[in-house]
Design a protein. Structure first.
Length: 346
């Protein structure tokens, strides 16, 4: 709660919020020349292959906004609404991509397949986050575009689902639109929680507050699903996971942590803004975490380190991931330190 002043009057407002600093634990540190100059505190939960909680750090029941870590749920909602995608396009439907020409070509093809264009996208215009592509666009004086925005694959899938159901494509992000109602219901089913707090994500789509435990539960159900399941939802979930693992470039991009983690460990990995991360190992062990300060630079290595004790992968695989991620702290362009997992967790 907080006090809000209105002229001479004071009103007590109830403010929805995530866990407090006192409910967080240290998950990672940034070390420079032997000196720890920054600490990342947060919360994390690890589920066994059977879905039981095997480790918890901090408050895992407090609400968080999963941001783009919710994309697998939104993608699955499109699939269960009748959208049929495979391969690269299916992986792009759950992506936070870096806006390369390769990403853009797939998204444009998705839209063209149902008679739409990037003008139908409701996400904002953006430059790509891929530095080479950005430099190329600046050199050629190319403008920002909606299709370059990291969420454009998700939005294209949403529009395709609307066309498949003859739902209006205008207003497809409205919380009362049939697609968003269906999405919310599916999220409640997978998380086991009622979505009582709705916010607007950076791309304009609804994002729902849920506990880290609920987020982990949902991703565990997706990440362990079989394409041979008797249930259509789980067949679609299995297909989504396979598409991402077979096309790790699509979900993020060159040099991006999710792509590196998938290529190195064969995990199903999805980062979210403000320090959220979900990761499902091939054996079904699942982790969900949030860095309280919103900085994601240690997310992937913390998530993988928390999965390792449950037998998700070997020490050698974890060491390979550490080598592939951008964890060095630089001084004059040379490594002088490292981003590392808090010793108690390693």
């Amino acid at each position: 709660m907080r006090l809000v002043w209105h002229g001479a009057r004071v009103r007590l407002d109830v403010v929805s919020e995530t866990f407090a600093v006192t409910e967080a634990v240290e998950l990672a540190v940034v070390e420079r020349s032997g000196f720890v100059e920054s600490r990342h505190a947060g919360a994390a939960v690890v589920l066994s292959p059977d879905g039981d909680v095997v480790a918890a750090y901090g408050n895992i029941e407090a609400p968080v906004l999963p941001r783009s870590s919710m994309k697998p749920l939104q993608s699955l909602a499109c699939a269960t609404a009748g959208l049929e995608l495979t391969g690269e396009a299916l992986a792009l439907s759950t992506a936070s991509h870096s806006g390369t020409d390769r990403h853009v070509a797939v998204v444009r093809a998705m839209l063209q397949s149902v008679g739409l264009t990037e003008d139908d996208l409701a996400c904002p215009v953006a430059y790509p986050s891929d530095t080479d592509t950005y430099a190329h666009m600046l050199r050629d004086a190319l403008p920002q575009a909606r299709v370059r925005m990291n969420c454009s694959g998700k939005h294209a899938a949403m529009l395709m689902a609307c066309v498949a159901n003859e739902w209006p494509t205008q207003g497809y992000l409205d919380t009362q639109h049939p697609l968003q109602v269906h999405t919310r219901e599916l999220i409640e089913r997978l998380t086991g929680e009622k979505m009582t707090i709705t916010a607007i994500d950076g791309c304009g789509a609804p994002v729902y507050a849920m506990s880290l435990h609920g987020l982990a539960r949902a991703l565990h159900r997706i990440g362990t699903a079989s394409e041979r399941s008797p249930f259509a939802m789980y067949r679609a979930a299995g297909a989504l996971v396979r598409a991402v693992r077979e096309n790790p470039w699509a979900i993020a991009g060159p040099g991006r942590d999710d792509t590196i983690a998938i290529e190195t460990l064969n995990v199903f990995s999805k980062v979210g803004a403000e320090g959220v991360q979900v990761m499902v190992a091939p054996n079904g062990t699942t982790v969900a975490l949030k860095m309280l300060d919103g900085n994601p630079r240690a997310n992937a290595i913390v998530a993988a380190t928390l999965l390792a004790p449950a037998g998700a992968f070997t020490d050698a695989q974890l060491a390979e991931l550490q080598a592939n991620l951008h964890l060095d702290v630089l001084g004059a362009g040379h490594p002088v330190g490292r981003i590392r997992v808090t010793a108690a967790l390693a």
